[in-house]
Design a protein around this ligand. Structure first.
Ligand SMILES: Cc1cc2nc3c(=O)[nH]c(=O)nc-3n(C[C@H](O)[C@H](O)[C@H](O)COP(=O)(O)O)c2cc1C
Length: 284
């Protein structure tokens, strides 16, 4: 047997679109069963999502563990809010129709009917059971956990921007109220989103968690991240935050340029114009 060792992504795989997944997930997902996970969206319409990265286990009950769920899918919204799904197993007679749900993916669409699939409500859960599939597991969501604490690492800059400024806005009221715990929590999210933006631009290694990757980004950017902390008496937090927001804005701009993405400063304007905002990005 001719084995090859890969510690980094091989050249022939570079440049592929991984849709937010790790390249090793693509390597190791073959062969793996495929399922169509169904549920109802907030508007009541049926949703279908193909899933491949999962396994089953038992601990006094039977569980399916989905190991890699994209957070921008309708499925993620359904498991977060409605918490009821059906795991449908297609065979070769209906796999193409199930795959069609990937293209028939608009929010205002019954994704199953649009893909010529038929369904009824589950007998135990409010989620669609697909008739064409030979096995249907009606499930309730038990828990969701990040692989490591606080990991919201994402490479969608506009999502990260929105998240950052939404939380930056909240710092104002918590600073005024001197609410240590809420402020600390919000600072943590701002740290994570700023870190994610930096990794989009400067990540140079393909292994390890985000904490490890941060050792390899420019040293001055590392120093900026170290300002997101909350001392017991809140001394200096406001000044640090103002600096952090400026750095975040500059970093986002720089990374958008680096990646050839459009930069929009809409969220920063919102912070400026909102009277309740306490920490505002100073205008130059
Ligand atoms: C064969 C196949 C396997 C997939 N496996 C996964 C998976 O394991 N995790 C995931 O998040 N997305 C996976 N996807 C992508 C989703 O199915 C896809 O993003 C889908 O359009 C999301 O639908 P939704 O927004 O209606 O939930 C897979 C897609 C295909 C075609």
């Amino acid at each position: 047997m001719n084995k090859k060792q890969f510690f980094m992504i091989p050249d022939e795989m570079k440049g592929n679109e991984w849709w937010g997944f790790h390249w090793l997930e693509h390597v190791t997902a073959v062969p793996a069963p495929l399922v169509l996970v169904t549920g109802y969206k907030e508007n009541g319409l049926a949703n279908g999502t193909m899933q491949s990265w999962f396994c089953f286990s038992n601990e006094n009950n039977f569980y399916c563990i989905f190991g890699s769920v994209n957070k921008y899918t309708h499925m993620y919204e359904i498991i977060s809010k409605k918490k009821q799904i059906v795991i449908n197993f297609p065979d070769r007679t209906c796999i193409e129709k199930c795959m069609d749900t990937v293209a028939n993916n608009s929010y205002d669409m019954d994704e199953l009917s649009a893909s010529n699939l038929h369904y009824r409500d589950g007998s135990k859960v409010k989620a669609p059971v697909v008739n064409e599939c030979f096995l249907n597991l009606e499930c309730e969501v038990e828990w969701e956990r990040e692989i490591y604490e606080g990991s919201i690492w994402s490479d969608d800059i506009s999502y990260l921007e929105k998240t950052y400024w939404y939380h930056a806005y909240m710092t104002g009221k918590y600073l005024k109220r001197k609410d240590y715990f809420k402020l600390n929590h919000v600072l943590h999210t701002m740290y994570e989103t700023h870190m994610s933006v930096l990794l989009v631009g400067f990540d140079r290694i393909t292994w390890g968690g985000s904490a490890n990757k941060l050792h390899f980004i420019p040293i001055e950017k590392q120093a900026h991240l170290k300002k997101y902390y909350c001392p017991e008496n809140l001394d200096g937090v406001e000044q640090n935050l103002i600096s952090c927001m400026k750095w975040f804005q500059e970093d986002t701009q720089e990374i958008c340029k680096l990646k050839g993405l459009d930069y929009s400063a809409y969220s920063v304007d919102t912070i400026h114009s909102n009277e309740l905002g306490y920490c505002k990005v100073p205008s130059e």
